[in-house]
Structure formats: structure tokens, C-alpha cells
Design a protein around this ligand. Sequence first.
Ligand code: FES
Length: 96
Amino acid sequence: MSGLFQRLAPRSGPAVPFTIDGVPAEARAGDLLIGAILLHRRALRRFEFGPGERAGYCLMGACQDCWVTLADGRRLRACTTLVEPGMAVVTGGVGE
Ligand code: FES
């Protein structure tokens, strides 16, 4: 599985295990959630108002295009949230 993003430089620090639609994934401490997801997927979620998928746009907390849902019901703006161990992201199978 390849993602929309590629890490340009290795990042030191502890691994952060999380899941995307129940599939184990790994990020690095200090990664933003949007990067953690898009290193593994091409999109974050389905578009609510039509066909297609969303993957964020501004990457700086302004456009609101990067909202993601966790299995516990929380909705987070992925470009302003650090990935945390055990996060269970639910995308509904987008971007695979
Ligand atoms: S990508 Fe624009 S608010 Fe997150």
C-alpha cells in the first residue's frame, strides 16, 4: 500500500503504532495525523457533498478539509493533531 505522501527524510524518535480501518500502521513521534495517514493512504475520508475523496488542502488548519473520525467517535482536524499511540482512524476504506 502506498500513500499520497512520502517521507523525504528519516525521522528519529519512537515509533507510534496506530490503525487505519483496523489495519496496523506506524508513524513517528511528532508526526501530524495527516502525514501519518497519508504516508499509508491516498485520502483521509470520503467527500460529504459528492463523489470523491478528501486529503486535506491547506495543511495549516484553515480549510477544514482534513477532518477525520476515530473509532471512539472523536473527529479531529488531522493537520493540527499529533498522532498518538493507539489512535484508531476510520476512513471507510478510502485511499487504499
Ligand atoms: S488541511 Fe486544511 S485545515 Fe487541515
